[in-house]
Structures are given as C-alpha cells and as structure tokens.
Design a protein. Structure first.
Length: 131
C-alpha cells in the first residue's frame, strides 16, 4: 500500500471517527460563510483554537487562504506544513486536515462557471463525502 493511500485512509478514518463520536465534535457549518462573485465561489471557515478539522475530499485543485491565525496541516500524501497568516497555497485533490494552534480564519476559492448560489450543489460539484 502506498504512503498516499495510507495517509488518505488515516485522514478519512479520523474524519469518520469525529463524525460518529458524540464527544467534543462541532458542526463547523455554523462557523462557515459563503460568498459569490462572477465565476467564483469563496467559502470561509472560522476554526477556534484547539480544534482539529478534517476537510472534505476535494475533487480538484483548490486555492486556500489563511486569513488569520496559525494551523498545522497535513494532506493525504503525508505532506505536513505550518500555515500562518497571511498564507496562500494550492491544495491538490484529496483530503487535508488541520489543527488550529490559534483561532484561524480560513478561505477556500472554487471556480463557479455556472454562477450557482446553491451551496449544497456547489459542495457536491467540488467535494466527495468520506469513503
């Protein structure tokens, strides 16, 4: 089994465990805002210090911007890095997880060629649920 498959499995398993656990899980949708401009969908997320967040499995490259704070990130290829605002990076398709060392304000930028405003449809277009 390749390292990428192993890391992907680990991140997905952490995400599943967090969802299934009733201990200290937070529905991050209440910390999420959505913005739309011609051809662009931008989603921001506020992550309180001390939280571990496992992202959805992204289908495409995603532009990521850390607007505030400091987080330690890992992707499903095993690459880990520290993101301290201001920080911009492109995440390849797949999962990533992050631990917020401080309060973090984070943004993802997605293409939105059809100028949709239905967040559920946009999430289905750009992400997959844990397998």
């Amino acid at each position: 089994m390749s390292n990428a498959v192993t890391q992907r499995s680990v991140i997905a398993e952490i995400g599943r465990a967090m969802i299934e656990s009733d201990a200290r899980t937070t529905d991050m949708r209440e910390f999420t805002d959505h913005f739309f401009a011609e051809g662009i969908y931008l989603r921001t997320l506020f992550v309180p210090a001390g939280h571990l967040v496992v992202g959805a499995n992204h289908k495409h490259d995603v532009l990521n911007i850390v607007l505030k704070g400091r987080a330690v990130m890992v992707n499903d290829t095993g690459e880990s890095f520290v993101c301290e605002a201001p920080y911009v990076f492109v995440a390849k398709p797949g999962h990533k997880a992050g631990y917020a060392e401080t309060d973090v304000w984070y943004a993802n930028v997605f293409p939105n060629e059809d100028n949709m405003s239905n967040v559920t449809a946009l999430e289905q277009k750009h992400t997959e649920v844990f397998e």
